[in-house]
Design a protein around this ligand. Structure first.
Ligand SMILES: C[C@@](CO)(OP(=O)(O)O)[C@H](O)COP(=O)(O)OP(=O)(O)OC[C@H]1O[C@@H](n2ccc(N)nc2=O)[C@H](O)[C@@H]1O
Ligand SMILES: Nc1ncnc2c1ncn2[C@@H]1O[C@H](COP(=O)(O)OP(=O)(O)O)[C@@H](O)[C@H]1O
Length: 292
């Protein structure tokens, strides 16, 4: 009997598993729980831009990561290896994997790259190892790795409540975005520990939220502490409705047409970095899984 998926010979490569970025189209903080985590209401949408992972199933149970991250993230902290290990533990699987990461997303930018890498690892290895865990079980494992992991596993744009784990699929418009990447690494933990963070936005129904102007409750605080974020947002606001994603540092402006976003990118001063991407309500991870 074959150890792995019949379409995948042992030690052959399974290539091109996408780990897309996300945007928080709005982010409200409604309170703080006993355990210090914050109650949120947020709207997640994916971008057609992200990291790429390749996997090779091995028989020896070892987990090995090759990446272009350099020393930025030690293996012991890497969410990819943590995800693979959690899946081995939860399923009792004795297979291993060699994993290649082509990191394209900025880290600590509020684009959820680390969480997305973890979600892609869980979904891909669950299929390649044939561990057979349900999506809900994968989401439970993912939530322990990071509040944003479950939405990347589900793979559909979603309204999230709780700490980000109560998900309701939604289909917002899919515009083009110009995303600016300020030269700043914003720590999510620091933002949430800041006494000046507003934490009292009233909870609203999804219907009310979708029709109200969209805002990010962390934006003002982050702009105050990180002038690079404030400058990028001020520049973008001259051209399009714009906000910050997550706890920053990235900011995004919204355009109806790709060309408008590209024209704006062409005007970007050389001191800023940015990219154009389309908002998508279905993660490319779902279609990659279907092609296995
Ligand atoms: C707030 C969001 C919105 O998408 O920010 P970004 O990280 O994307 O910018 C995310 O939910 C973040 O998710 P993630 O980055 O996975 O956070 P975690 O690793 O779970 O938590 C990092 C730290 O942030 C704080 N934290 C996080 C989420 C939350 N709902 N309340 C919190 O107080 C906790 O102090 C925690 O120790
Ligand atoms: N595979 C990974 N890719 C990116 N960051 C990772 C990864 N594994 C662990 N991390 C850690 O997670 C932190 C947050 O990364 P990321 O998810 O990209 O940003 P954000 O949560 O702001 O969207 C990084 O600064 C890094 O220390």
């Amino acid at each position: 009997m074959s150890l792995v998926h019949p379409n995948l010979q042992p030690n052959s490569l399974s290539l091109g598993w996408p780990a897309p970025a996300k945007l928080n189209l709005f982010l409200h903080i409604n309170g703080r729980r006993q355990d210090g985590y914050h109650e949120l209401q947020t709207l997640f949408q994916f971008l057609d831009h992200g990291d790429l992972l390749d996997f090779k199933v091995t028989a020896n149970g070892e987990l090995k990561l090759h990446s272009n991250l350099g020393a930025a993230v030690p293996d012991s902290d890497n969410l990819i290896l943590k995800a693979a290990k959690s899946l081995q533990q939860a399923s009792g699987c004795e297979l291993g994997a060699e994993i290649w990461l082509d990191k394209k997303l900025p880290m600590g930018g509020g684009l959820g790259g680390g969480s997305s890498d973890a979600a892609t690892t869980l979904v891909a290895l669950n299929a390649l190892w044939q561990t057979g865990l349900s999506e809900a079980e994968l989401e439970q494992i993912g939530l322990k790795l990071g509040a944003d992991v479950p939405v990347f596993i589900k793979g559909v744009a979603a309204f999230a409540e709780g700490v980000g784990e109560k998900l309701q699929p939604v289909k917002p418009a899919e515009p083009w975005y110009l995303v600016l990447v300020p030269e700043a690494h914003v720590s999510t933990e620091k933002v949430f520990h800041d006494p000046d963070l507003p934490r009292d936005t009233p909870k609203l129904s999804l219907e009310q939220l979708l029709s109200a102007p969209w805002q990010n409750d962390c934006q003002e605080l982050v702009c105050r502490h990180y002038p690079q974020v404030a400058k990028a947002l001020a520049w973008l606001l001259e051209y399009a409705p714009s906000r910050m994603t997550g706890t920053g540092a990235c900011v995004f402006g919204e355009f109806e047409k790709q060309q408008q976003a590209l024209d704006c990118l062409a005007k970007l001063p050389s001191s800023f970095k940015g990219f154009v991407a389309k908002g998508i309500n279905r993660s490319p991870l779902q279609s990659r899984l279907a092609r296995l």
